[in-house]
Design a protein around this ligand. Sequence first.
Ligand code: NAD
Length: 531
Amino acid sequence: MDSPSTPLTLAPPPQERTTIRCTDPATGELLGEVPVMDGAEVQARLERARAAQLAWRETSFAQRRRVVRRILDHVLEHSDELCRMIARDAGKTLENAAVELWPVCEAMRWNLAHAEKALRPQKVSSGLLVHKSARVEYHPLGVIGVICPWNFPLQNVLAPAIPAIMAGNAALVKVSEWTSWSAARIQQIFDEALRAEGHSVDLVQLITGYGPTGAALVTSGVDKIVFTGSIGNGKRVLQASVDNLTPVILELGGKDPMIVCDDADLEQAVHNALVGTLTSAGQLCMAAERIYVFAAVHDEFVAMAARIVGQLRQGAPLGDQRVDVGAMTMPGQVDIVERLVDDAVARGARAIVGGKRSPTGQFFQPTILVDVDHSMAIMREETFGPVMAIMRVRDEHEAIALANDCAYGLSSSVFTRDHARGERIARQIVAGSTVINDFAMHYMAQDLPFGGVRGSGFGRLNGPEGLRGMCNVKAVVSDRLPFHNALKMYPVQPAAYDTARGVFKLLYSGSLVGRARGLVDIGRALLRRRR
Ligand code: NAD
């Protein structure tokens, strides 16, 4: 297994810039400029967020729900405008922008319905302490610092910010320098909802800037960092978090496998592979970047996929023509995809559809690559582009071995008509999630945690685990009965040590004889004390 050390980013831009020029990746049109916030600005915002959180942490779940309900209503009422905003900021099609909106809405619905239940104090066993009761409580941490990538401008902000505030925290959200134009509009959504319910708008603040602004947020003294982005910057964040011992969730890249068995419904598998490679032009952390197809159905699978991909239209999403696949959001991403495809072709792979960057604009053609293997960088490094890399495999055994021969472990999928086989393969894939006979649907089941293993990071968002990850998970023990018998250890009694060893045997020995010995030891110790 090689080390996932290749960051996806370009060199950081000059520090002296005071604004970010935001352009539409599909047209090059200048959208506007946003400020580059420095460390002092981040610090000032943190102080305001702290003040807002002190009041917010005292709110009831009903009050928090009213704010989230307003945010959800706002998203629904302005869905067309917001999809157009996403399309312009990230260069994706309106349909792909809608794909972004749906999980955002589902996450809010889930939080409205389930957050209170998930964060209610939970009674647990007090074990041997029969006179005590024990419970787990979920207290807000304070201010959550969120650092976002560019591939989902709205979802990357809302997916962590909503559970953060539902759990009683404030959130400072650093958006990507490549999709900063949306920030002001997204800020407005939070501001309107908070103001309408009588809360401080300082509770959720969006921050704009380059890497150093994100770095300033990490060391600012926030109570937790949720970083979503490349593995290289994830490592930097982890290193920087050490001084303040700031806890970190890392949602990093992926190189997700999709296994298509010989008994799969091929139409279903092909269409899921298309969604898994072409949604947001492949700029999806859980994109199906490695497709392993059993030899018996490989050619049919490839032919079906090629028929569809060959017909797809690519271009500016908001132009006169309807397009299927949009632009690459970050300019340098086209170079990365080109390098990986060229390397694969030089080593014997065949691009049977596409395979080239477009002569104009920030586009890479929807591509099908066959005859790939694990000696090629395209099967090891994150592509983050509209490339379906298909590898022929002999059987289940080889498919699983190849799926696990990877430095990442975010998500995965398997296609088969045999239920037991699907479950068996899923169990053996090392990843944060596996979906059987579908692509990425775990993200729509918001009760499920989302996150990765290996180079894909650690910690979880979504579901009860995600919500509780925004909390101080506090253990509380209290009296069950109204009497209180003080534990008197001092001054140390002569028989205390021997009695304790007898008690251990009595309680924990695996045999009756052992327990009886414990009783005898206790008796002897007590007798010795009397003498
Ligand atoms: P990136 O690491 O370049 O940037 C992410 C964010 O980190 C940006 O806001 C950037 O300004 C900031 N940043 C840069 N240097 C920093 C530093 N030293 N300290 C703190 N912040 C810093 O990633 P990207 O290119 O924007 O996003 C693409 C990556 O994100 C891909 O690897 C993709 O797989 C991953 N991703 C993962 C998930 C997930 O949930 N696992 C979701 C979406 C994207």
